[in-house]
Write a protein that binds this ligand. Structure first.
Ligand code: ACO
Length: 309
């Protein structure tokens, strides 16, 4: 049997692919693309909430937010490490990100305008991330699947801290409740866009599903997220801004409206509200860190020299 057919058979039988196994070039390329985009999303995703660390309303909220943003950095590092097992170079991936040649999640191109956004990001954005990432714990590539297990545990803490924050605000003043509702109105549709374009327009889904890289289609996960979130919104006492949202007893799912896909493609194409700001910030942080990378490389070279003596 040729290598490619053997590979297809093994992934169809749910065998995990490990770094030293033979794999088709397309499989390797698809994984590097997805894992790199995922890693970039975690790193860029530190910015919208990082914005609020210095303005957190209490020491407790500041400590929680700091821990959460640090977790995102850790997630980025596990994922870059997973990409490196495929032969990618982390420095090159970072260069591609800051040159605008590789994507990161559309969601992080929206501004955080109030403290309620910290809660809503935890609830909706991290909730959507969990929905998308729990199935990836069963993705066919071993290092990616193992990274996802730890990431999902931490994401689940992030989601709960967001919901708890919102519960607190909703039992506060009218102004706090209004702040939460205003934030939900802004984040609902971008959260639905996180799952990617509708299946009919998703260029990669079919191939990625066959390779067991993706375990569900974009639309399946979007539906799961809506079904999971509507009862949570009811409990919280907020309204989701979709007039078409209603239970469909026949399907056993909620029906819902479509996000503005033109807006989605604008944001993915670099023209969202904060794309330029996010990349400029990341580029500056990378340039400012140049001396640290040089010092670390010089130190490593010195240590290696000592070992050879
Ligand atoms: N934001 C930016 N780009 C997106 C998004 C999005 N929300 N959704 C899809 N795209 C891009 C795809 O990367 C693809 O572009 P490319 O071919 O140039 O790489 C294009 O739009 C078409 O989409 P699909 O064919 O559906 O792409 P894919 O099969 O990769 O599915 C998905 C997209 C669902 C995001 C998948 O890559 C995935 O599950 N990734 C892992 C999870 C992840 O990256 N999460 C990041 C946000 S969560 C967080 O960080 C808290």
């Amino acid at each position: 049997m040729d290598l490619e057919a053997e590979f297809e058979r093994a992934v169809a039988a749910e065998r995990r692919v490990e770094p030293r196994d033979w794999m088709p070039d397309g499989y390797r390329r698809t994984l590097i693309r997805q894992i790199a985009q995922h890693a970039h999303s975690e790193i860029i995703g530190m910015q919208p909430e990082g914005n609020w660390i210095s303005r957190a309303p209490s020491l407790r909220r500041k400590a929680i937010l700091l821990a959460k943003v640090q977790d995102e950095a850790g997630h980025g590092l596990y994922l870059y490490a997973a990409a490196e097992t495929l032969g990618a170079d982390r420095g090159e991936l970072t260069d591609k990100l800051i040159d605008g040649k590789q994507k990161y999640s559309s969601i992080f191109n929206y501004p955080t305008l109030s403290y309620a956004d910290v809660g809503v990001i935890g609830w909706l954005v991290d909730g959507a991330a969990i929905c998308n990432q729990v199935p990836l714990c069963r993705t066919s590539y071993g290092p990616y699947a193992r990274a996802m297990i730890r990431i999902c545990k931490e994401e689940s803490f992030h989601q709960r801290q967001g919901y708890e924050l919102l519960m607190t605000m909703m039992s506060g003043t009218d102004a706090q409740r209004a702040m939460v509702q205003e934030s939900v109105d802004r984040w609902w549709w971008p959260s639905l866009m996180m799952f990617g374009p509708p299946d009919a327009e998703s260029a990669n889904t079919e191939r990625s599903m066959a390779w067991r890289i993706k375990r569900n289609t974009n639309d399946e996960l979007r539906q799961k997220f809506v079904d999971m979130t509507v009862p949570q919104a009811e409990k919280l006492g907020v309204t989701l801004p979709d007039p078409e949202l209603r239970w469909n007893a026949e399907r056993g799912h909620y029906d819902f409206g479509q996000p503005d896909w033109r807006e989605f493609w604008q944001v993915v194409g670099g023209n969202g509200p904060c794309n330029a700001q996010r990349l400029a910030h990341r580029r500056k942080a990378h340039e400012d860190g140049e001396w640290v990378r040089q010092a670390a490389a010089a130190h490593a070279a010195k240590q290696a020299g000592r070992r050879e003596e």
